[in-house]
Design a protein around this ligand. Sequence first.
Ligand code: ATP
Ligand code: LTN
Length: 334
Amino acid sequence: MSKERILSGIQPTGGSFHLGNYLGALKQWVDLQESHDAFYCVVDLHAITVQVDPKILRERSLTSTAQLLALGLDPAKCSLFMQSHVPAHNQLGWVMECLTGFGEAGRMTQFKDKSQKSGADRTVVGLFTYPILQAADILLYQAKYVPVGEDQRQHIELTRDLGQRFNSTYKDIFTIPEAYITKAAAKINDLQDPSAKMSKTNSSPAGVVDILDAPEVNAKKIKSAVTDTGREIKFDSAEKPGVSNLLTIHSALSGKSIADLESEFAGKGYGDLKGAVAEVVVEYFRPVRERTMELLKDPAELTKILKVGADKANTVAEDTLKKVYDAMGLIPRA
Ligand code: ATP
Ligand code: LTN
């Protein structure tokens, strides 16, 4: 039986991915490449909705690729590519824009949050159409599942709506995808503000654990995490969001259940928990950091891996795009 197809993407927006990116999404990417026909892209076109120095974007794209490999993506098991290397993303993006209502796009909460922060004049149209390009990313590959964190659920819903709309208006071409969200780590919170998600753009540096940061830096951040009133180490996301976040992180990386951790830390203090989480995080990411540095010494090899990925991606994407154009009545070039 052929394997089910999955697709996901991540923006090369920071110098490093953070713990939320890893536990919410990337860990699943690594696991799912074993059992699924996996396409993963570094969504560089999504990253230019904010202005970025070209040199920095280039660096971040390569660092993102190196990190994904260091975290365990294997080019022999998945297709890893840059979004901008597959022109069909923009081409299907336009088609999807023509199927999306203005109000429908305006209801996307991520757009509302981000545009509110920068104000209408500084918000680019690309930020508004961002989720539509994302829908094209997914639909092009006929993906059945999309491994992401909880914050992406609404974008996947839009993707489903657009796929269904195309299928019923023109022809049944698209597979309707489902979000693949791991309950236990769907939302990792900011260490300094455990009511908010850990985020590249919104968190203060002290609230985010960047996986490429030096071990001492990360240990210090975790030991300075905001905890809650009381003393008991118990999972309760409403009453004890700080402690619950730390337990979630420990459990996801160590593989121990939350219940086992609660017994292990019974009678101990918050300091003990923070020390243990710091150790688990630092040891988990130490080899990833080293391997990323190693891979970055050979950018030509990274480029080669991306080319192989882009070739595989283009084959699938062009096939879908051709069917879409044909179904809509666009005549093929002779
Ligand atoms: P920003 O918050 O600046 O928009 P981000 O930190 O969310 O960016 P993305 O590149 O948008 O980073 O996200 C990449 C993947 O990581 C997505 O699948 C997203 O759902 C997931 N993710 C991001 N932050 C978290 C988090 N705190 N907890 C769980 N998953 C997360
Ligand atoms: N918006 C996503 C990034 C993204 C994506 C995708 C995720 C762009 N295209 C396709 C899954 C599938 C985010 O993580 N912020």
